[in-house]
Unconditional design. Structure first.
Length: 291
């Protein structure tokens, strides 16, 4: 058991306001020292499910009032909480991970900021980012899009809407709906690499990747359990992109400085600016431009 009173040299009550506190997504050892200290020193904790949060604070040997704040919280409920923050330090947590990620807490934060209540964020465990790191998929650009819709047509519509983005797509998904989502990805986004990160930080953590068809076949044979993050890699670059980019670069260099030509080609093709700039210098037969 971790005693929160031992994780910080600070003591006494916190300043009034709202504290957004990330909590573990599975392994309770992932609680940060700062989060444990804040939960120990705050006046109350606003949470989605009091039973879930109770397990965490018992693990930390903390006893605090727990205020229920979930999808059913009304504007009046939030008003009462915001008013309490004028004189009390209220910690906001979700059942797991970073609050406000597919979580109703954003309304409370918005109301607190509108009322000039001090808001502090304590970063920590985050399932979408942990899954992205685990997957090995491109991470220079990514989009977290929450849960895919449960209805077949709505699910396909969302995937079609996102199809043109040159980004890794990240979704939350439930175990019973995973195979339907993988089938839809195979149909709407053919040829993309996908990854399923399951039970991150827990005993049976796994990350399985491959084509949507390959991963679908596995989970049809081995129905999944637990918390799931579903990732879809970006579309492949067109084969002619490099040749097209070079032709565009050659043409632009006739009238533009290399830096401006490179910026235009990078924007049009999505190619790396450094590589384009190096090629521009080769074409011009000189070193880098002076600033």
């Amino acid at each position: 058991m971790v005693h929160a009173t031992l994780v910080s040299e600070q003591s006494g009550p916190l300043s009034p306001g709202l504290y957004i506190v990330a909590t573990p997504i599975g392994n309770l050892g992932d609680i940060t020292m700062r989060a444990a200290d804040t939960l120990a020193r705050c006046d109350a904790i606003a949470c989605e499910d009091t039973r879930v949060t109770q397990k965490l604070i018992r693990h930390l040997d903390i006893s605090k009032p727990l205020w229920r704040h979930d999808d059913h919280a009304s504007a009046k409920d939030r008003e009462h909480m915001v008013e309490a923050m004028r004189g009390k330090a209220i910690a906001l947590v979700s059942d797991a991970g970073m609050p406000l990620v597919s979580d109703p807490g954003y309304r409370l934060v918005k109301d607190a900021r509108a009322a000039d209540i001090p808001v502090t964020v304590l970063p920590g465990a985050n399932a979408p980012l942990a899954a992205l790191a685990l997957s090995g998929l491109p991470n220079d650009r990514f989009l977290f899009a929450g849960f895919l819709p449960p209805k077949d047509k709505a699910r396909r519509d969302v995937l079609e809407e996102l199809a043109g983005l040159r980004s890794t797509l990240i979704f939350f998904e439930t175990a019973p709906r995973l195979t339907k989502s993988l089938a839809a990805i195979a149909e709407v986004l053919p040829g993309r690499e996908v990854a399923v990160a399951r039970e991150i930080t827990k005993l049976y953590e796994e990350c399985r990747s491959g084509s949507a068809e390959e991963v679908l076949a596995h989970y049809e044979a081995h129905p999944p359990r637990g918390e799931i993050v579903l990732l879809v890699g970006p579309p492949a670059e067109a084969e002619s992109s490099e040749a097209d980019a070079e032709a565009m670069l050659v043409e632009l260099l006739k009238t533009e400085k290399a830096s401006k030509a490179v910026a235009q080609v990078a924007k049009a093709t999505g190619m790396d600016r450094k590589a384009l700039y190096a090629r521009a210098m080769e074409l011009k037969g000189q070193g880098p431009e002076n600033p």
